[in-house]
Ligand binder design. Structure first.
Ligand SMILES: N[C@@H](CCC(=O)N[C@@H](CS)C(=O)NCC(=O)O)C(=O)O
Length: 213
């Protein structure tokens, strides 16, 4: 199977963490002509990642992750108990719904090589508010003791790469300052080999992307 992906894409990166954690061998290929009509013919949504199974092209990172769990159930990164799975899904979906909208303005400032300190401060404050919410959820659902990598960790880690890097790079401060439980989780997840490997790939991919732009 092929994963059409980019090293710095957080959506692609989460699938790679899962694949490394499960020992799934995928062929990693760059998209041909992203943002061209030709690519849209390939993937109607025009985005990466896409999983090419040989018989089906699957878009959307969370759909891909569920599919990979279905076809490679072991080692399981998805709890089988419905309640535990529901809790995990709260964290699995949080980044796309709540973090991505506040990260995007900061990413745009980075792409524009902006020196706008006020925009960076406001952007960091907006991000900080969402990360505090996530911190509260960690407490509410007692995820502090969670020590086995799961799909939610895979999904969140690449977003935390940006959430921790963008504010200081832009002069906006530390987005984790008021989120101690999340900060603990962030330290823990970076010690997990599949996550550390992908974070290094993202670092390298982002550097190349910024140089090319
Ligand atoms: N909801 C999608 C989002 C994927 C997405 O937005 N990917 C970005 C890269 S991070 C992309 O391909 N953007 C298209 C572009 O840059 O033109 C998913 O979970 O896979």
């Amino acid at each position: 199977m092929k994963l059409i992906n980019l090293a710095h894409s957080p959506y692609a990166a989460r699938v790679r963490i899962q694949a490394y954690a499960k020992g799934i061998e995928l062929q990693y290929v760059a998209p041909e002509g992203l943002r061209t009509p030709q690519y849209k013919r390939f993937n109607v949504l025009g985005k990466v990642p896409v999983l090419d199974t040989g018989t089906l092209l699957i878009p959307e990172s969370i759909v891909i992750m569920d599919y990979l769990e279905d076809i490679h159930p072991e080692p399981a990164l998805r709890p089988s108990n419905p309640e535990d799975r529901a809790v995990m899904n709260v964290f699995h979906r949080f980044p796309d719904t709540y973090i991505q909208p506040v990260l995007l303005p900061l990413f745009r400032l980075l792409l524009a090589r902006s020196q706008d300190a006020q925009a960076a401060t406001e952007g960091t404050a907006a991000l900080n508010a969402q990360l505090r919410l996530l911190d509260e959820l960690i407490q509410r659902f007692e995820r502090e003791d969670h020590t086995r990598l799961d799909l939610a960790d895979c999904a969140l880690t690449p977003f935390m790469f940006y959430a921790t890097q963008l504010p200081p790079t832009l002069g906006g401060g530390d987005a984790l300052a008021d989120a101690p439980r999340l900060a603990n989780w962030w330290r823990w997840v970076q010690s997990q080999e599949p996550a550390a490997r992908v974070l290094a790939e993202m670092e390298e991919g982002l550097r190349a992307f910024m140089q090319a732009g």
